[in-house]
Design a protein around this ligand. Structure first.
Ligand code: SAM
Length: 276
């Protein structure tokens, strides 16, 4: 073997060893993320209703994060006021949900949380890019059915609804772009069961566009007009000037009998409560 060939062989072996080490590290990271996500869903979740990022004051978890072994994505991203909103909403549902679809799952902490709360509920999580540890095909250890797909793709939403619907609750916590939120609402509301909810999180995202230097374009701010127009329709009042938000409200008003507003979040209830 020449010296050059020898160096080439050593280089190849080092690259292979590096790759094997990376694969092992990723496996360890995925296992830690899954373990922490399940523990959070089953036990720690209550802490997230009281404070943001409680894991930061947990020395063991904080060390895992510092060492790059645990990603923050393994923790629920919903802030305490959002979880409190869901607590009231679940009470208002008046029955155990049988199916929940959440769009935008990040590390799967919120979907694992719904499944831990309602073990017999079919929880489906859709994300444009699933984290490595979220297994598709219904075999995820948290019992959630994960699907990959873009909420801007209406055909994909329809296919998911045909396969897994109707839903007692649809949660849109995906791109937070107003045109996606609106199109998702129109596409999925017919697949929400009577008395069920379609929830849209982060309806304030478009306001961020106005902040200097904000990189993401969340679209135009359709929600104030939507809320006003839907309220007018619900009380049989006049709907004012036409706009994207008002037109969206008109499009869904017939199927709706309630609008619940929270801080940066809204829920639309599908009419026909009490019907099978
Ligand atoms: C705020 S995170 C979700 C947090 C999670 N629901 C929780 O409460 O822990 C938003 C997620 O939406 C996903 N997302 C962004 N654009 C999307 C799109 N067009 N369709 C589907 N998912 C999207 C992102 O990949 C990300 O995982």
């Amino acid at each position: 073997m020449t010296a050059d060939a020898g160096f080439g062989e050593v280089e190849r072996l080092l690259r292979a060893a590096g790759q094997a080490a990376r694969t092992e590290l990723e496996r360890a990271q995925d296992a830690i993320a899954t373990l922490v996500r399940l523990q959070t869903a089953q036990g720690l979740a209550a802490e997230f209703t009281r404070e943001d990022r409680p894991y930061e004051r947990n020395a063991a978890l904080a060390r895992l994060i510092d060492e790059g072994l645990l990603e923050r994505a393994a923790f629920i991203q919903k802030r305490p006021f959002v979880l409190q909103f869901y607590k009231r909403l679940l009470f208002a549902l008046d029955r155990e949900p049988r199916t929940i679809l959440e769009i935008g799952v990040k590390g799967g902490a919120s979907t694992a949380f719904w499944k831990a709360l309602f073990p017999s509920c079919r929880v489906v999580g859709l994300d444009i890019k699933l984290q490595r540890w979220l297994v598709t095909g219904g075999s995820a250890p948290d019992g959630v059915v994960y699907e990959q797909g873009d909420q801007a793709d209406e055909a994909r939403l329809q296919a998911i609804a045909r396969e897994h619907g109707p839903f007692d609750i649809v949660i849109d916590d995906g791109s937070h772009r107003s045109e996606h939120q609106a199109a998702t609402l129109v596409a999925l509301l017919p697949h929400v069961s009577p008395g069920g909810f379609h929830v849209i999180e982060d309806v304030h995202a478009n306001l961020k566009n106005q902040a200097d230097g904000h990189k993401t374009d969340y679209g135009s701010d359709i929600w104030p007009d939507f809320v006003l127009a839907l309220f007018e329709r619900l009380r049989r009042g006049p709907v004012g000037t036409r706009s994207a938000g008002a037109d969206l409200a008109q499009a869904i008003a017939k199927r709706t009998d309630e609008l619940i507003l929270g801080k940066r979040i809204l829920a639309i209830r599908v009419a026909g409560r009490g019907q099978p």
